[in-house]
Design a protein around this ligand. Structure first.
Ligand SMILES: [Cu+2]
Length: 144
């Protein structure tokens, strides 16, 4: 990680705005979709790996989420209205809402989300302080 990326993390850059994931990995691999596809995301040390993926507009992604940490996490993917609701809300468990899955320590779970809008879409763990710590990712939704 470069100095700039480290500074962003230390500075709490993940707390504001839809583009607060500047420190995220560059997107790698193919643009997924269209149609249906499965993406495996591993949670390790309170980070999503990968934390940046690309999909074509209209793709339905099944996220298989492996939590390798000894603490619970969640994965919430969706438009900013969804993230706002979670930041202000008190929901403790999310299934079976599409795009939301809660994971106990060491658990693997899955959720499905359809990326119907060609706009950057965040993935966030909304457990207390996890987003501030850097538990955020980005899906680049590419126009077909
Ligand atoms: Cu978390």
């Amino acid at each position: 990680m470069g100095t700039a990326a480290a500074a962003l993390l230390v500075g709490g850059a993940v707390t504001g705005g839809a583009y607060a994931v500047d420190a995220a990995e560059e997107p790698t691999g193919p643009i997924r979709g269209p149609g249906t596809t499965t993406v495996t995301i591993t949670i390790e040390d309170s980070r999503f790996h990968p934390d940046r993926i690309r999909v074509y507009e209209g793709t339905q992604v099944r996220f298989v989420v492996r939590n390798t940490d000894p603490i619970g996490h969640e994965l919430v993917v969706g438009p900013e209205s969804v993230h706002l609701r979670h930041e202000r809300g008190t929901e403790e468990a999310h299934p079976p809402v599409p795009g939301e899955v809660s994971l106990g320590p060491g658990q693997t779970g899955a959720t499905v989300f359809a990326f119907d809008a060609a706009e950057p879409t965040r993935i966030v763990c909304h457990l207390p302080r996890h987003e501030d710590f850097g538990m955020v990712g980005l899906v680049d939704v590419v126009e077909t």
